[in-house]
Ligand binder design. Structure first.
Ligand SMILES: Cc1cc2nc3c(=O)[nH]c(=O)nc-3n(C[C@H](O)[C@H](O)[C@H](O)COP(=O)(O)OP(=O)(O)OC[C@H]3O[C@@H](n4cnc5c(N)ncnc54)[C@H](O)[C@@H]3O)c2cc1C
Ligand code: SF4
Length: 341
């Protein structure tokens, strides 16, 4: 059995106190919310913080408010279960409700928060192993080593960004509200990530996500999230496609955003898709072209479940399916090719 190492557990009484603790304690401190990513990684020696600053009991991080003046507010400390079941989220943003409800298992969704989900660590078959496995196989640059075991010539870690909710938030133009030592900072989710498997977040380590704002401009958009994984539960996405379209009454598309997860070290916006869809009625030809554009920018590598060529090919299939659903050309989201055994 793997055991948790010793650590100091700090339970701040306010967000301000939490941020001060993170700033004062420096790089040896880490925030923890539901702990469903942090604790298993501490057991495996992937995370080695001396101090954990708990966000779990902070009331400032709670609440889902559908109709604020600026849009829908979702507190970072809300659990994935709460987000997936919220009536307002289901009505306006079924993609987000589905993404939150597709994370792992019911037990983990009851503990895991949406704030922890958008910052979940990147993944790799050579890194998501016990300390003993990694010691035997050789450590890599993401933790304790000096070489990438997937691509030895790469100076950059290629671990895979695997959050289910982050691509949906990017596709809806949502904004992250951070609280840090310098006060509140608002950053579009698009700008919260970078293509680097180790330093994949742009936020400062002492900044805490207070909540997420989905702007009013996103309220009328049709949205969908489709997830590829081997098993129907438990598994991380090895490909996720989040799509949102603003369509007028005649079915003409005014704005399109497709964002991929599981195929790089950050959520991937398919920027080439917008000009193929906008100003047109979304039908077969446009959908096929957007599917190809998505597959072109999808660059999975050989460090997650199923072959990378298969995941690249599925990017096209899942993107076409997502757009067909949004355009009302299909109505059964579950009928997708089964992954090979
Ligand atoms: C078996 C298993 C299966 C899983 N399957 C999936 C899956 O299918 N899809 C998926 O997306 N995830 C999956 N996960 C990962 C994880 O359970 C979820 O991502 C969960 O939402 C993490 O939330 P948490 O509150 O537990 O985060 P924590 O573990 O507490 O924290 C995760 C990270 O976020 C940071 N953090 C947390 N809250 C904040 C905040 N408010 N501000 C700033 N930083 C913060 C922490 O410092 C840490 O770096 C799985 C995990 C396991 C163990
Ligand atoms: S991609 Fe390379 S450096 Fe990154 S975790 Fe995997 S083996 Fe390690």
């Amino acid at each position: 059995m793997l055991r948790l190492p010793d650590f100091n557990y700090i339970r701040p009484r306010s967000l301000k106190e939490a941020v001060r603790a993170l700033a004062d304690l420096g790089p040896e401190a880490m925030a923890v919310a539901g702990g469903t990513d942090v604790y298993p990684k501490m057991k495996r020696g992937q995370f080695t913080p001396r101090h954990l600053v708990s966000l779990r009991f902070l009331s400032e991080l709670r609440g889902i408010r559908p109709g604020t003046r600026d849009g829908m507010w979702i507190g970072a400390g809300e659990t994935l279960t709460a987000v997936s079941r919220d009536a307002g989220v289901n009505k306006l943003f079924p993609a987000l409700a589905h993404a939150a409800g597709s994370v792992s298992t019911p037990q983990l969704r009851n503990a895991g928060t949406i704030g922890g989900n958008v910052f979940v660590d990147t993944r790799c078959n050579y890194y998501d192993q016990t300390f003993f496995w990694r010691q035997a196989a050789g450590f890599c640059i993401k933790k304790d080593g000096d070489i990438c075991l997937v691509a030895p010539k790469s100076k950059l870690c290629l671990a895979v960004f695997s959050s289910d909710t982050a691509p949906v938030l990017c596709s809806l133009g949502a904004v992250a509200n951070f609280f840090g030592p310098d006060g509140l900072r608002r950053v579009p989710f698009d700008e919260c990530y970078r293509e680097d498997g180790i330093h994949f977040l742009t936020k400062r380590r002492d900044e805490v996500l207070k909540g997420i704002l989905i702007p009013r401009a996103a309220f009328g958009r049709r949205n969908v999230y489709l997830k590829l994984r081997r098993r129907g539960s438990f598994d991380f996405p090895i490909l996720g496609v989040a799509a949102s379209l603003a369509l007028d009454r005649d079915g003409i598309c005014h704005s399109a955003r497709i964002v991929l997860t599981g195929v790089g070290s950050a959520p991937k916006l398919v920027s080439e898709a917008a000009p193929l869809l906008e100003g047109r009625k979304v039908s077969g030809q446009e959908i096929d072209a957007a599917g190809e554009a998505a597959a072109k920018v999808s660059h999975p590598v050989d460090n997650a479940d199923l072959d990378y060529w298969y995941r690249k090919r599925m990017t096209n299939v899942y993107t076409r399916k997502a757009l067909s659903l949004l355009a009302g050309l299909e109505s059964e989201p579950e009928k997708l090719p089964e992954p090979p055994a």
